[in-house]
Design a binder for this molecule. Sequence first.
Ligand SMILES: Nc1ncnc2c1ncn2[C@@H]1O[C@H](COP(=O)(O)OP(=O)(O)OP(=O)(O)O)[C@@H](O)[C@H]1O
Ligand SMILES: [Mg+2]
Length: 508
Amino acid sequence: MDMLHDQLVNRVELSNISKSFGGVAALKDVTLKALPGEIHALMGENGAGKSTLMKILSGAHQKDGGRIAIDGEEVHIKNTHDSKKLGIGIIYQEFSLVPELSVAENVFLNRLSEHGVWMKWNSLKKEAAELIQSIGFNINPSAKVANLSIAQQQIVEIAKALSEKVKVLILDEPSAVLGPNEVQKLFDILLKLKKEGVTIIYISHHLSEIFQIADRVTVLKDGKSSESLNVAETDRDAIIKLMLGRSLDAMFPPRKPVIGNEVLRVEHIQSDKVKDVSLTVKAGEVLGIAGLVGSGRTEVVRAIFAADKKQKGSVFLHGRKVRLRNPHQAVEKGIGMVPEDRKQQGVILSLSIKQNISLANLAGVTGKLGFIRSNKESAHVQQLIKKLLIKTQHEDIPAGQLSGGNQQKVVLAKWFNRDCHVIIIDEPTRGVDVGAKTEIYNLINELAGRGVAILVISSETAELMGICDRILVMRDGQVHGELEKHEFTEEHILRYAIGADRQPLSTN
Ligand SMILES: Nc1ncnc2c1ncn2[C@@H]1O[C@H](COP(=O)(O)OP(=O)(O)OP(=O)(O)O)[C@@H](O)[C@H]1O
Ligand SMILES: [Mg+2]
């Protein structure tokens, strides 16, 4: 491919790009070139500069130095409008949807604002439905975006990006909020676009995805770019080494659980999407909940945490029945929750990293702020920043200036910083780089070692198998399987998740 690469005209050429924020260099002399019809992966640790580089290409940020060429001609991208005109589409890491508008309005938002007139509502809806169906999904075009799950919101983002003809499509961690089925459908779309000659720049922390779909990969480390590698000629270890500057021995730390008495018991809870779920978690135990997107995993923990209304059922802490009317009461009783949707419920962008970590309440859910302040606390915060490899110049800068993955780590740090009897973590390593993942697993281990009962939801089966002592598998709002450690296999979990536990798995 490299010889080929020298002869063809690149669709995208980013050469010697530099960018600083307030005197801190985010990108230093970065170069990335991609051909028409190429899927080019962009990888690197949290805070390496991936999103910044792509925002320069999309016109959301201005470069300080360097050159951008499209199809061999230098271009000057001063704003997002310029990049759109050049046929560059982007799906941002942070969603850009308007929550109060419908799916259809969001999909065609650009068109609506450009024409300045309201299109016919019925034809708009029909077109949106067709577009979403053509990419393999089914979402009601009249639904309000605020009421969709985040996986569905991501699908709307994808449809929106594809509502206009693009030559270059940038996807900034699209798979972070999708389940395996949705990721597969996304890949089908990308391969189709590739055939049509679209250049795709794909950011992800999942190495397996890179090997499945990308032609070449460029790694950013501390704002500098590596040579681009042909994926077929490289391997996981080589990429990890470029990212971290070291190799990674074991992804999952060894676990020697010391399991004590029952801490949390849930009996027959029911809510909107939960039919009848009972479970227990013991002190020092890590219990996993597996299941496909939409199986009710998140809804179960939201019902336990009283973030959603329970229609029936009881929650017991240390054997005593507790009545939790809202998340605030759950927190008071010693239940912590790291929510799936951290953008909206987890981190307060305008507050400093330190303030976020020290927040006494899950403010996004409870609407109440409270602070724990002592010197001891501050030292603890600094320790967490170090432990979780949160990349920042200072703990007092606003969390909004951190990279996406580093914001996730702040939310985790907040809960790791509290004394809880139970911690519920919905997708612990979403958007987190491989090195920091291991640190998060270490922290979960450490918490369990202190006797905390831990409940983890994850779409990554390997992750659940690596960190849990027991796994429940959900389907259609119910628990359909319970696996002890010696029974953990991907296939076993999948069978329960898709309802093939009674008949053999078909091969297609
Ligand atoms: N608006 C901003 N103001 C100040 N600093 C910023 C801003 N945006 C990004 N940065 C800094 O630039 C650096 C690169 O951030 P960027 O978001 O590009 O990282 P990333 O590679 O996308 O990481 P992640 O995998 O966590 O998404 C980080 O140190 C970040 O704190
Ligand atoms: Mg990013």
